[in-house]
Design a protein around this ligand. Structure first.
Ligand code: MN
Length: 407
């Protein structure tokens, strides 16, 4: 927008107006505030549309400028608009709209899972089929939010023509009985409707359960930041009706009680997990960035931590793990930053001194146990190399984990 016009037109939102209008206003105000050369002032006007269109949309222009709101938008940008808009509609209308969007999102996952389940059965069936479920969520990151963009990049790399579709131990990924996909939970679209994190976490969990409803599909979740592991593990345990053992590969323990006040932070997911009865044993491997609180929390929750500084000593144990016996199975959570940044630079938290890719595969391939679900999180495409090297690394972790889950 080249020049600043002279007045902001504000409109009273009512149930008569279509929901797209709210989005339109959001985008439009955002475009204005992000390109302006000075803050919006009370006497600035922006003509939104002509009188005929206003009439058609049943809009009543109110020449009252919400100056406080405009200053919030100016400071925080377009992302504050959904909340501000939400404040203008009745609670009942908001609830109806949010529920509609959430139902539609769950329907999409449910119907795709049903179809993929049918496909697997039509191909002769399987005992377990890895099923990709993308959760493009990045806003619970404490530093960068790029993991929100990871799922499509990982999928692209899984099927990249530079490699074949056979895993190291000989599973064929093009066989839908080994690997299938139900798409992404539309995280940003749901958040755009003003849905809070408590409810959003439940939507993620419900989506996981919809995949598990469809035997033999087992969820393999593509993050997203690590905050998503809490609702996913909770859902897996609730669905199976008991605790699981968790193998968690990460540079960080992610067990702060809350990080910067956020109980859903990606640095707090395993505190939330351990507060419930979802997990019997939690093994954390690759740890090399840990505070006194991280150690105290691990002690409190009885977490088995394997730190990188003693990896050469622990290697034998970690390459011969037997987990999940006497519980509902094994869950594997792989934070890409468990790897040394030499192998995976495209992460938000670069922490030298990590595992090699082969170290991770040795642990994974040799693990004995029934792997019921897993996730690969924290790949940040915005920090990847130009040739997408870390996308290939994340994709190979997904491919090998898919092979481990499927049978
Ligand atoms: Mn990490």
């Amino acid at each position: 927008m080249g020049q600043l016009l002279s007045t902001v037109w504000c409109f009273k939102l009512s149930s008569e107006q279509p929901s797209f209008l709210i989005n339109h206003l959001t985008i439009w105000f955002g475009a204005y505030t992000q390109n302006k050369t000075q803050p919006a002032k009370e006497h600035n006007t922006i003509p939104l549309c002509d009188a005929k269109t206003l009439n058609l949309l049943k809009l009543k222009p109110h020449f009252i400028l919400f100056t406080n709101e405009m200053s919030i938008i100016v400071r925080r940008g377009i992302h504050s608009m959904p909340t501000l808009n939400a404040a203008k509609v009745s609670a009942a209308m908001l609830e109806k709209g949010q529920s509609g969007v959430i139902d539609a999102s769950l329907t999409l996952i449910r119907e795709r899972a049903k179809l993929k389940g049918e496909l697997v059965r039509a191909l002769g069936g399987a005992k377990a089929t890895s099923t990709l479920l993308g959760v493009p969520l990045g806003h619970n990151s404490s530093f960068l939010q790029g993991p929100a963009f990871a799922p499509p990049r990982i999928r692209e790399a899984i099927w990249c023509g530079s490699t074949n579709s056979t895993t190291e131990e000989g599973k064929e990924l093009q066989d839908a009985r080994v690997l299938t996909d139900v798409g992404d939970v539309p995280i940003q679209e749901i958040r755009d409707c003003g849905v809070d994190d408590h409810r959003l976490m439940n939507v993620i969990g419900e989506s996981v359960k919809l995949v598990m409803d469809e035997d033999p599909l087992r969820p393999l979740v593509l993050g997203g930041d690590h905050s998503i592991s809490f609702p996913v593990i909770r859902a897996v345990s609730e669905k199976l009706g008991g605790p699981v053992d968790v193998l968690h590969l990460d540079a960080h323990p992610d067990n702060y009680d809350a990080f910067e006040g956020n109980i859903y932070s990606h640095a707090s997911s395993f505190a939330r997990v351990m507060e419930g009865d979802y997990v019997r044993r939690l093994l954390q491997v690759g740890i090399r960035s840990i505070t006194a609180e991280g150690r105290a929390q691990a002690k409190k929750f009885g977490v088995e931590q394997y730190e990188m500084r003693t990896f050469s000593r622990d290697r034998h144990i970690l390459e011969n793990l037997k987990l999940g016996e006497g519980v509902k199975g094994v869950y594997i959570s792989i934070d890409v930053d468990c790897l040394d940044p030499a192998f995976a630079p495209g992460v938000s938290h670069i922490e030298p001194g990590g595992l090699s890719f082969r170290d991770v595969l040795n642990i994974l391939h040799n693990l004995q146990g029934d792997v019921v679900a897993g996730d690969v999180v924290e790949f940040n495409p915005q920090r990847d190399t130009v040739d997408g090297m870390t996308a290939m690394v994340a994709a190979k972790l997904v491919r090998e984990l898919a092979a481990k889950i499927s049978k």
